[in-house]
Design a binder for this molecule. Structure first.
Ligand code: NAD
Length: 357
């Protein structure tokens, strides 16, 4: 298969491409605008492979999308390109509306035009896999408010109730994808995944930010009380799940993907400090750098995924526990500090984002 991956220079997209090139016979066209979040360095391990090609293209640019489809004739699309950081969506929603909604619309139309012209066999085998987030579902009950809170999980039929400009823009794109299936018979699949962590995660997100701030002796910011719960999944487990859905999932279906790892943010930060205390000991524990800061506006309190559908129908299961995955992640950041320096590139110094009203 020839798979067009959008957003392949980002955190999850690059894990997907490394997985495909390393573990399958398929080829990949990486279509990425290279925003601040996209780095070709994430693909050095596979960049020279003849089955890999890169195109620097904005998904809002219809002319360029048409050219890429004509030139490469893909069999499937895995659509990951997006603005992805909630805090940035609070400070500047416009880019999120543009890329996540208008960009997904533009890609859908370019892909549908291309698909319409395929011969019968290739047309029926074609797949458009839209990669989305559990944040579209909004908030779940939190154990501090409700005794049976942990019985509530996001399923594929949970109603959408996004809270942030980011999640609202992703929800909009999910709706567009579903409408293109229903109206045009365009063969789409959607996945909604929980919080990912692992190597090559841009240092604006909680886990890499805490690792790097800890090592530099800077404050470790905890939003609000730090009791927000996320369901953490190691990025390579997500990449395997995505490839499985793209190649074996049923057209028209949605699959939720999660790690069965519900953790409070404060617990995540304390676990990172414990790992660093052992691997890079200093006179005091890194936990002493923990600092409580104003909460994120509209902050969802709890996310948790029921992943039983993908487990039962496609036989997927995460391979990493939170402990093993976090251990690997911390070690990766310890070993790759030059990558961290380079991707931050002077324009972002891990300052607080997302407090604007
Ligand atoms: P990321 O921010 O690390 O990467 C996004 C990539 O998209 C970058 O390479 C960027 O250059 C590219 N991009 C942005 N705008 C573009 C445009 N207009 N045209 C072409 N390329 C563009 O994001 P990520 O964390 O890898 O997330 C990838 C996808 O997975 C997103 O759709 C996100 O909503 C979804 N998702 C992320 C998580 C998570 O925990 N990170 C969880 C569930 C779902």
């Amino acid at each position: 298969m020839k798979i067009l991956v959008t957003g392949g220079a980002g955190f999850i997209g690059s894990a997907v491409i490394r997985h495909i090139i390393t573990n399958t016979q398929d080829s990949v066209i990486n279509l990425d605008k290279l925003t601040y979040a996209g780095n070709l360095e994430n693909l050095l391990a596979v960049g020279e492979d003849p089955r890999y090609a890169f195109e620097q293209v904005d998904i809002c640019n219809r002319t360029e999308l048409d050219r890429v489809f004509k030139q490469y004739q893909p069999d499937a699309i895995m659509h990951l390109a997006a603005e992805s950081h909630v805090d940035r969506s609070i400070d500047g929603p416009a880019e999120f509306i543009q890329t996540n909604i208008v960009g997904t619309y533009t890609l859908l139309e370019a892909a549908r035009t291309y698909w319409n012209a395929l011969d019968v066999e290739r047309k029926s085998a074609f797949r458009f896999h839209h990669i989305s987030t559990d944040e579209v579902y909004g908030d779940l009950p939190h154990p501090s408010d409700q005794a049976n809170a942990t019985e509530h999980l996001f399923t594929e039929t949970t109603a959408y109730q996004p809270s942030s400009p980011y999640s609202a823009s992703k929800a909009s794109s999910d709706h567009l994808v579903r409408a293109w299936l229903r109206t045009y018979g365009f063969p789409t699949l959607i996945t909604n995944c929980s919080n990912n962590y692992g190597p090559y995660h841009f240092p604006e997100k909680l886990i890499p930010l805490v690792i790097l701030n800890a090592l530099e002796g800077k404050p470790l910011p905890i939003y609000g009380k730090g009791d927000q719960i996320r369901d953490w999944l190691y990025v390579e487990d997500h990449a395997r799940a995505l490839y499985l859905v793209a190649t074996q999932g049923k057209v028209g279906e949605t699959y939720n993907i999660g790690g069965h790892n519900e953790k409070q943010n404060l617990e995540v930060v304390q676990t990172i400090c414990n790992i660093l205390d052992k691997r890079v000991p200093t006179k005091t524990s890194y936990a002493e750098q923990i600092t409580y800061v104003a909460d994120r506006p509209g902050h969802d309190r709890r996310y948790a995924i029921d992943a039983s559908k993908i487990e039962q129908e496609l036989g997927w299961k995460p391979q990493e526990t939170f402990e093993s995955g976090l251990g690997k992640t911390v070690q990766w950041y310890l070993d790759n500090q030059q990558w961290c320096q380079r991707v931050q590139d002077g324009s972002y110094q891990r300052e607080r984002l997302g407090v604007a009203y």
